[in-house]
Design a binder for this molecule. Structure first.
Ligand code: DGL
Length: 274
C-alpha cells in the first residue's frame, strides 16, 4: 500500500479525460491535478519549451509528495517523457505507449489514424512506436491545432458549426486512408469524440490516449501493491491560469463544482511555487 497521491499534469482540461478513467478504476486514489493553463497550448510550442514546462510541472507535483507522475498530455509525453523519467525519483507514466498498444491490438485492417497536436505529430513519437511494433501497419497522422483550443473554450457540441467545420478540415485524410482505428493522441480530443465519430463512422474505433494510459497506471499500481489503503480518494486541482475559467469549463465536463478543491498558483516561468 502507498497512501501518497498520484501527481497528474496537462496544459489544461484534457488530462481530466485520463483522471476520469483512473477514478473509475481506482476511486480510492488521491490525485493532485495540475493544469498549466497559463502556458496553454503546449501543442504550438517548441520541444525545448515543452521539456522546460513539463519539468517544472513535475517538480511542483513532486513537492506535493506524490508516488507517481501521470503525464496526461500527449504533447508533453511525445516531447519530454525521457527528460522526465531521467529526473524523477518516482515512476512516470505517459500516454503515447498505452494508446499505441491499444490501437495496434484493435485495428483489423492495419490502418491507424492519429489525431494530435502539431508538436506531437511533429515529434513523431506515436508514429515511430507504431512502426517499431508493426512495420507493416500504415499510420495517417493529422495535426488539429483548433481542437484543444475549442475544448478549453467549452466548444464541444457536435452540432456546433465551429466544431463541424474543424472536423471537416482535419478528418478527410483519415477517411480517405480508410483507417479503422483512430488514436485521439491529445487528451483534449475525447471531448470531441461525438463529432469525430459522426464524421468517421461508427465502425471506426476511437482510442483515448489518456484513458488507455490510466488503465496501464492502474495495472502498475495493483501489480506493485502501490494502491491507496484508505478509502475515498480526493482530487486536488491546481492551475497556473485563471481558477474561474478552469472551474467553469471543468464543471461543464465533470458535471460537478470543483471550486472547493481548486487552488490558483503562480506560473512557474514567472518564478512561482517550486
Ligand atoms: N492535452 C494536450 C495533449 O494531450 C494538448 C493541448 C495543448 O496543445 O496544450 O497533447
Amino acid at each position: 500500500m502507498d497512501n501518497r497521491a498520484i501527481g497528474v499534469f496537462d496544459s489544461g482540461l484534457g488530462g481530466l479525460t485520463a483522471t476520469q478513467e483512473l477514478r473509475r478504476l481506482l476511486p480510492d486514489e488521491n490525485l493532485v491535478y495540475l493544469s498549466d493553463s497559463y502556458n496553454f497550448p503546449y501543442g504550438e510550442k517548441n520541444r525545448d519549451k515543452i521539456i522546460e514546462m513539463s519539468l517544472s510541472n513535475m517538480r511542483f507535483l513532486l513537492s506535493q509528495d506524490v508516488k507517481a507522475i501521470f503525464v496526461a498530455c500527449g504533447t508533453a509525453t511525445s516531447n519530454a517523457l525521457e527528460a522526465l523519467v531521467r529526473e524523477s525519483p518516482v515512476p512516470v507514466f505517459g500516454v503515447v505507449e498505452p494508446a499505441v498498444v491499444e490501437a495496434v491490438k484493435c485495428t483489423k485492417n492495419g490502418k491507424i489514424g492519429l489525431l494530435a497536436t502539431r508538436a506531437s505529430v511533429g515529434a513523431g513519437t506515436y508514429q515511430k512506436l507504431i512502426n517499431e511494433m508493426t512495420p507493416e501497419f500504415y499510420v495517417t497522422a493529422k495535426a488539429c491545432p483548433k481542437f484543444a483550443t475549442m475544448v478549453e473554450d467549452g466548444i464541444t457540441d457536435k452540432d456546433d458549426e465551429r466544431v463541424i467545420r474543424a472536423a471537416e478540415e482535419y478528418l478527410p485524410p483519415l477517411k480517405q486512408a480508410a483507417v479503422d482505428t483512430v488514436i485521439l493522441g491529445c487528451t483534449h480530443y475525447p471531448l470531441l469524440a461525438d463529432v469525430i465519430s459522426e464524421y468517421m463512422g461508427s465502425n471506426v474505433k476511437l482510442i483515448s490516449a489518456g484513458a488507455a494510459a490510466a488503465r496501464k497506471l492502474c495495472a502498475f499500481l495493483l501489480e506493485n501493491d502501490m494502491t491507496n489503503g484508505t478509502r475515498e480518494g480526493r482530487i486536488r486541482y491546481c492551475t497556473t491560469g485563471s481558477p474561474e475559467h478552469f472551474a467553469a469549463t471543468a464543471e461543464l465536463m465533470l458535471k460537478q463544482d470543483v471550486t472547493l478543491f481548486l487552488t490558483g498558483i503562480e506560473p512557474f516561468d514567472k518564478g512561482g511555487n517550486i
